[in-house]
Design a protein around this ligand. Structure first.
Ligand SMILES: [Zn+2]
Length: 247
């Protein structure tokens, strides 16, 4: 287990705890955000999505998830027991970009094959998770961006935990570029069978640092433990382990 270290918040003087690997820390007393390495204030936009559930209210989305869908054992909601429910504010970078890929490839689904050229042009609010989080489905997470407000430490519940980012803005932009390029390469499979040339141009419009509320739930069913991840802003299940049911 890594030992946490302290720096002083340059705004209010309170100790700000961080762990090795974390590079941006938010003060839990005043919400001021500091870049750990330099000790300087974080100068980009920091936003927050609000959590809508307390520890009792979160039972409802958990139950709803257990009761819905065919793949689940019919007695799942009745027979399972919630072992843990932890609210974490996960750090994300939302990179707003225009991405343009020009390509040349060979379309082989007709005879004779033809050379095809074209462009894929899209806009994204591309999400990069600021750290490793056990099995968090970043690509499937449709961030409810409409609800974001400027970061406000007073809205963070006392039972919740705010995680710091382990990557900085430049690293987040680089990751977003790589992931978008890979995504476009994937999309191109529909257009051509062989890619001859591909060039992606990415124009970054904005990058926002965002903390989003995510509930990590552990439940027990027939002696085994499973995980369920719920979006605290909407109550939607983002990912859930389903016990195998025998028919
Ligand atoms: Zn502070």
């Amino acid at each position: 287990m890594a030992v946490a270290q302290n720096i002083r918040c340059s705004h209010c003087g309170a100790p700000v705890e961080f762990k090795p690997g974390e590079i941006i820390a938010t003060c839990e007393y005043c919400g001021f955000t500091t870049v750990i390495e330099t000790g300087k204030p974080f100068k980009f936009k920091h936003s927050l999505l609000l959590n809508k559930f307390d520890e009792t209210q979160i039972k409802e989305p958990i139950m709803n998830w257990m009761r819905s869908g065919f793949l689940k054992p019919p007695d799942l909601a009745k027979k399972s027991k919630t072992l843990e429910k932890n609210l974490l504010y996960l750090p994300f970078w939302i990179v707003s970009v225009e991405a343009k890929t020009s390509y040349k490839g060979i379309f082989e689904r007709i005879a004779p094959p033809i050379v095809k050229e074209g462009k894929i042009q899209k806009e994204y609010n591309w999400l990069v998770l600021g750290r490793e989080a056990a099995g968090f489905p970043t690509r499937e997470y449709d961030v409810p961006l409409g609800g974001k407000i400027p970061y406000d430490f007073r809205k963070i519940e006392s039972f919740a935990k705010v995680l710091n980012s382990e990557i900085d803005r430049a690293e987040a932009l680089e990751l977003a570029k790589q992931q978008i390029e890979a995504h476009h390469r994937y999309l191109l499979q529909q257009e051509v069978d062989k890619i001859v040339e591909m060039f992606t141009e990415i124009n970054v419009k904005q990058a926002v640092y965002l903390h989003a509320p995510v509930w990590f739930v552990k439940y027990e069913y027939k002696g085994k433990t499973y995980q369920l991840i719920i979006d605290g802003a909407t109550g939607m299940a983002l990912k859930g382990d389903i016990p195998a049911s025998k028919f």
